[in-house]
Design a protein around this ligand. Sequence first.
Ligand code: ADP
Ligand code: MG
Length: 334
Amino acid sequence: MIEFRGVTKRFPDGTVAVDNLDLVVEAGGITVFVGPSGCGKTTSLRMINRMIEPTEGKITVDGRDVAATDAAELRRGIGYVIQQAGLFPHRTILDNIATVPLLLGWSKAKARSRAAELMEIVGLAREMAGRYPAQLSGGQQQRVGVARALAADPPILLMDEPFSAVDPIVRESLQDELLRLQSELGKTIVFVTHDIDEAIKLGDKVAVLRVGGVLAQYDQPGQLLARPVDDFVDNFVGRDRGYRGLGFLSSDAVPIGELPTVALGEPVPDDDAWVLVVDSEQHPQGWLNGAERNGAAVVEADHLVPGGSLYDIGSGSLRSALDAALSSPSGVGV
Ligand code: ADP
Ligand code: MG
């Protein structure tokens, strides 16, 4: 368990990067720090392993005050992964991963067999072992970075935008692997990202920070989506969200099943009214709120009658239109 108590970081130039942060990271899950660039995510993370010292307040790891713990000792229990894996270019993949065990005084044979085991854990093929970092893709390099951070089997893993530089498809598979890894190894992971989708996908709990280093909300993803505490969180969490992969239609009735799909983030014209068809399992309430805020009525897929139609709902209250839609005999016509 990691606790922040009244933690503030003011840099010498006066910048307040983190402002009076109170937060408990529960052991054994993924806690995500998310927020716009410059909101203090990296600073918060680096205070956990004493790469940055707080100006005020206290951080404890399993009840121990980190300020009173030897930094080298502290870091042995805390793996750290950053955006650019930072691998040693002239060492093979296996040797990169074996570096920490060797530093800890393991025998060469033991360190190498541990490294081979870690390659398997993070999903790197055996034949990568003898390659050099430049011969690997960005996604593979990140896997090596994760393996290296896990080498000494630390109970805590800090990850600072580890997947932000890889392309979206690879990023998704790295995210899936991380979820699998966490459930298998039971590490306490603190994961920093500016990407709310990544935060929602990975986080058991998500801390939303705003610029100035103020914690806006700390909650389970479903709660952030369903009950954002203020407009900042609502906008940050809900932005562009209602339209992802959803069907929509405008002026004419369109049979369900022939609904076009809106591309990610594609704007919906202000002067039109829209009905979105959503799968309620996949699109939690907050996404729907985001869609409604942007002028859409939302019909959950559960309520749809196969073969029915949806209509432009025109002007008027979206909520009442939706209610009418759901209570109409045809299922969803308005
Ligand atoms: P994030 O990781 O969320 O993008 P950071 O924690 O890196 O944000 O930075 C938070 C704020 O602190 C930013 O305004 C940044 O410019 C400032 N900052 C970070 N490091 C320093 C530093 N060494 N000196 C002065 N300001 C800094
Ligand atoms: Mg950062």
